[in-house]
Design a protein around this ligand. Structure first.
Ligand SMILES: [Zn+2]
Ligand SMILES: [Zn+2]
Length: 205
């Protein structure tokens, strides 16, 4: 493999043969971290479902929603079968690929969420290097984070910043931009090339 399966940037020499580049691995790690913990998205999701919570509770549609990758509501995300189960399914898959024993879960769903996220983060470097479905995992984790953000009202627009094209035009990109084309000169940049462009001065928002 000569390019990252997630962002399609060319690999550096020491990444050749891997599934994902280092920045993508770091982005997935950040998305996993955002889900777990006492202030994490999963915890906020459960809070938002409690009756009398400030958000006024979830809007539950009458029709039963299909599992991922179709968009899930807050209830489906928080319940068994949602975030925790999806992540556990990946961990089981990874343990099988590594010929490890079946992982064990204990405690309530929040504790299981924290456990599975910790474990996935430990194995993430291996998966980014060697798991053939790493792209699918990465996109699913991004999607879970986005869905949890939307469900908790914490959806923030991706932080934008500017880099300067070789023609001098400022290109607005986000950390998750897989690439960018300059409308002025037509230059096409892969993520890795974007990272090498000089940063534009940060303007006051
Ligand atoms: Zn990548
Ligand atoms: Zn340009």
């Amino acid at each position: 493999m000569n390019a990252c399966t997630v962002c399609h940037s060319d690999f550096y020499e020491d990444e050749l043969g891997h599934q994902a580049c280092r920045p993508c691995t770091e982005r997935v790690d950040a998305a996993l971290r955002a889900l777990a913990g006492a202030d994490g998205l999963y915890s906020r999701l459960s809070d938002s479902l409690r009756p009398g919570s400030s958000s006024g509770g979830p809007v539950v549609s009458g029709s039963r929603e299909a599992p991922t990758p179709v968009r899930m509501g807050p209830l489906s995300l928080a319940a068994r079968g949602g975030v925790v189960t999806i992540l556990q399914t990946w961990l089981v898959d990874w343990h099988e690929a590594l010929a490890y024993r079946h992982p064990r879960w204990s405690g309530d769903l929040q504790q299981q969420c924290d456990q599975v996220v910790n474990r996935l983060r430990v194995l993430l470097p291996w998966a980014a290097e060697a798991h053939p479905a790493f792209e699918e995992f990465a996109l699913e984790v991004y999607q879970l984070r986005r869905q949890c953000e939307a469900a908790t009202g914490g959806e923030r627009p991706a932080r934008r910043f500017g880099v300067i094209c070789e023609c001098g035009t400022i290109l607005r990109i986000t950390l998750e931009s897989p690439g960018k084309k300059c409308d002025a000169c037509g230059a096409q940049y892969a993520l890795q090339e974007l990272r090498k462009l000089p940063m534009a001065e940060r303007r006051a928002a």
